[in-house]
Design a protein around this ligand. Structure first.
Ligand code: 3PG
Length: 526
């Protein structure tokens, strides 16, 4: 039995998903003090964390069995990825589920910087002051919003700010400038253009060596007088001493922050200013986003614990930012197809071949590693990983190859062939609408299903009554069928994939295999 330790509070839906898996033990460590957590993490195969848990050497050394950590959110600045990689621990995040929550939180702070309703509300509620003349604000309409970082969040903040009639100027050296200009914004060639021209500035970058102190002490004079600054990304992107100085001098008219350099922060100098609106890192705290994040984190943890795939992994042997976005889902798909193929093959694998059609072919060599891990995981479990995959294959004298073919029926398609002493298993898959992974053929039989869940795969003679016999075996065992896919290929035969709601015993596969018209049957879990 493998163990998932949940270190920080996640939505109940995440716990429910994990607890449904009968081969996974779930430890709720969300209320433990840090030193207690270190004792519990010893048992973890996979950990789920949020920003309060520091994944440094203490945590990584304590987690001796850890194979993966799922950061249930975006930011990984509190994760020592390099150290984790050295230890062979895969780090995954959940990158987009809290985008809207973060965008809307930023809008709250932009509006509060303009009208200071948090502060005036506190003054009335706590101090019982009804001082209308004290709380004058400014309008967003016609003001310039400088946006540093124009990715998922920054670009959506721009859309909303434009609806308020703001002008947008954005700085992001990693985007195509037309992303800003096509929306009607101005693309800033350098950061100084933002500093000099903005009435409001908001930042939406990860925290890296490049972005820490991105507005530093020496930049204070460059800012417009009475500028309003917002930070709902990470503490320390704006130098905190610069903020204090700017607020004291009046250079900064108001500040909206959801994040501080050291959290929790209950005693920070910035909390003392009347014109600072501050929230305790609530950017991702909406019910909607936490539910989505918890579901994704739990699914990723389940997938990782079984070694099936590592969605959104940040330290795999292929850098996500070095490959185009459309290739990313193929990497996961290839690993899953190989794992699936291994589960429906007989005998030990002697050869693993990857064929690609379409533009994904340029990445075929890197993808082969994922095919090898997927194919051999079934037998070797944790003894194979993305670092040793090629060596293990060589050591076991398993032949591997890649081939790129002309595209035929799909724009991009990958096919894994696994050769054992008993024959060949060939699985093809593609990705629809950029993210929808599908297995589209098994041994030449056409099919179409998501590579996810528990399933029975069987080949039968194409005669009446076979499906009914299989369904009646499942009915007698009280097993519910979630989905059923049937395809034809080789003359006189059919191949079915039955998706199930629950695990089944070996007996059921034995009963199906013994049906007179069944050629073979296997159980696979993805
Ligand atoms: C993130 O990086 O996803 C956000 O800052 C939210 O962090 P949290 O999960 O600790 O709330």
């Amino acid at each position: 039995m493998k163990t998932v330790v949940v270190c920080d509070a996640i939505h109940q839906k995440g716990f429910e998903l994990l607890e449904k898996e009968d081969d996974i033990k779930v430890i709720d460590a969300t209320n433990l003090a840090k030193d207690e957590l270190l004792k519990v993490i010893v048992n973890a195969d996979v950990a789920i964390t949020r920003s309060p848990t520091e994944i440094g050497s203490k945590f990584l050394d304590a987690g001796k069995n850890l194979t993966a950590i799922v950061r249930a959110g975006v930011g990984v600045d509190n994760v020592d990825i390099e150290n984790a990689s050295k230890k062979g621990i895969i780090i995954m995040n959940v990158p987009t589920a809290n985008t809207i929550a973060a965008v809307e939180m930023t809008m709250c702070h932009i509006l509060n910087c303009a009208r200071k309703f948090i502060n005036s509300s506190n003054d009335l509620k706590i101090n019982r002051n009804w001082k209308r003349e004290k709380w004058y604000g400014v309008e967003l309409f016609g003001k310039t919003l400088g946006i540093i970082g124009f990715g998922n969040i920054g670009s959506r903040v721009a859309q909303r700010a434009m609806a308020f009639g703001m002008n947008i100027i954005a700085y992001d050296p990693y985007i195509d400038p037309t992303k800003v200009t096509s929306m009607g914004g101005v693309y800033a060639e350098n950061l100084d253009d933002i500093l000099k021209n903005s009435d409001f500035i908001t930042i939406h970058t990860p925290k890296t060596n490049e972005t820490i102190d991105i507005i530093s002490q020496k930049d204070l004079d460059k800012l417009k007088d009475g500028v309003r600054l917002i930070n709902c990304a990470r503490g320390g992107l704006y130098n905190e001493a610069m903020l204090v100085k700017g607020l004291k001098s009046g250079k900064i008219a108001s500040l909206g922050i959801d994040v501080l350099e050291k959290e929790p922060a209950t005693n920070h100098e910035l909390l003392e200013f009347e014109n600072v609106g501050v929230t305790p890192h609530l950017g991702a705290n909406t019910y909607e986003s936490q539910e989505k994040i918890a579901i994704a984190a739990a699914e990723q943890a389940i997938s990782a614990i079984r070694g099936i795939s590592y969605p959104n992994a940040l330290n795999l042997p292929i850098r996500k930012d070095s490959i185009p976005e459309f290739v990313v889902p193929y990497i996961e798909l290839i690993s899953k197809m190989a794992y699936f193929g291994a589960q429906i093959s007989n005998g030990s694998i002697r050869e693993i071949h990857l064929k690609t059609e379409g533009d994904i072919g340029s990445y075929a060599e890197s993808m082969l590693i994922f095919a090898i891990v997927g194919a051999m995981k079934h037998i070797l479990g944790d003894h194979i990983n993305y670092v040793n995959a090629k060596f293990v294959a060589e050591e076991k004298d398993i032949k591997t190859s890649v081939a790129t073919l002309e595209e035929k029926d799909y724009r991009n398609k990958a096919t894994i062939s696994l050769i054992t002493q008993s024959g060949i298993t060939e699985i093809s898959g593609t990705v629809f609408s950029q993210t929808e992974q599908r297995i589209v053929s098994i041994n030449g039989f056409k099919t179409d299903f998501k590579p996810k869940g528990k399933m029975i795969v069987f080949k039968n003679r194409d005669v009446p009554g076979v499906i009914m016999s299989v369904a009646s075996i499942l009915k007698d065992a009280n097993i519910n069928i979630a989905d059923f896919r049937l395809g034809r290929g080789e003359e006189g035969y059919a191949l079915a994939v039955i998706l199930l709601d629950e695990n089944i015993s070996k007996d059921i596969i034995a009963k199906i295999s013994n049906l007179s018209n069944c050629v073979w049957a296997h159980y696979a879990v993805l």
